[in-house]
Write a protein that binds this ligand. Sequence first.
Ligand code: SAM
Ligand code: SF4
Length: 377
Amino acid sequence: VIADTRWGAYIHVPWCRRRCPYCAFYVEVDRGTDWRAFADAVVAEVDLRRPSFAGPPSTVFFGGGTPSRMPPPLFRRLVTHLNPIVGAEVSAEINPEDVTPDTLAALRDAGITRASVGLQTMDNRFAPLLNRACTIERASEVAREVAEAGFESWSADVMFALPGQTLGDLDADLDRLLAADPPHVSLYGLTIEPGTPFERGVARGALVPVDDDTWREMYDHVRARLAERGYEQYEVSNFARPGHRSRHNRLYWTDRPYLGVGPSAHGLLPDGTRYANIADARRYLTHADPTDVVEPFEPRARAIDLLISNLRHIEGFDIDHCVRVTGLAPRSAAVAALIRAGALDQVGATLRLTPAGFPIADGVAGRLADALAPAST
Ligand SMILES: C[S@@+](CC[C@H](N)C(=O)[O-])C[C@H]1O[C@@H](n2cnc3c(N)ncnc32)[C@H](O)[C@@H]1O
Ligand code: SF4
């Protein structure tokens, strides 16, 4: 048996041109960021954590925040320092307002193989609501520029279920999205996050979130339209043409460890320890060790993580793997009830969501988590 040694590296780049009113990620408004100091701190953190991981990473992901604000030479420096395997997938999230054909070419030359472009909406009525810093015309143009820049793959990130959006609005947005012909699409329903201006807007009655039935109709509509155009749904919110699934995210969904670096980044070490970094860019730049929280391996917490992440992916939840790692498995009565309810399928030791189960993935994972018990072997 050859041990699986794949792991991924995630770098959180927290600065954005401005803060979007729906976003609860750890971000800072970019007011003259010292990018060189940031790259130095990332290199120092990689050196600190790297000894826990064997061999080179098989994927690298620059997420944010807005990584595309970082100068391309620093991407080159960080990719070189991480030294991933030959043929590694190296992704970066890109906001349309930051890039030109020249910067896209520079990112590709710096070792980025996959661009994840935050389009969010291509509807001129909803872009101001989301306070996105780019116009819809720019979003369409950047999709073309990215397609022409020669990345191995790229993804368009879009949101639906925007306050006031109708099924017809969404359909028109999908037309504009599909005209750009992205090989991969991430489509997230907007969630109203605690502490955001959107949450306050909803509380005041100024914003009305779409109701549950409309949400469900929209989700099913998205899935049907993307399937019709040859996209395979391989995760609750992710769709890809053959050969274009995100390899980095697959590591999260299949329980591989990952090295998270940068302010607020999380990581999972090969021994099962989880950690989270301080969500404070200024302190991050000056701290020798940016760790904020360390959670040693704990079987139940780990089994719940496995349920939540694995069930989202079409490869599903492997009961035997969960038992090997944690000694726990969901009771068969709970599994049987969810199968009878049409939300789950079981083949051998693998549980998979059915198409009807996808929209309620978190609820199904929650039911199975409540039913975790020591596995009789
Ligand atoms: C945090 S952003 C980072 C990338 C880039 N700055 C951008 O805005 O596209 C990554 C993704 O998070 C998702 N996101 C952020 N806030 C969300 C919310 N409240 N509900 C649903 N998705 C959200 C968006 O789909 C976005 O593509
Ligand atoms: S959605 Fe993206 S651009 Fe907007 S604040 Fe969040 S990370 Fe920044």
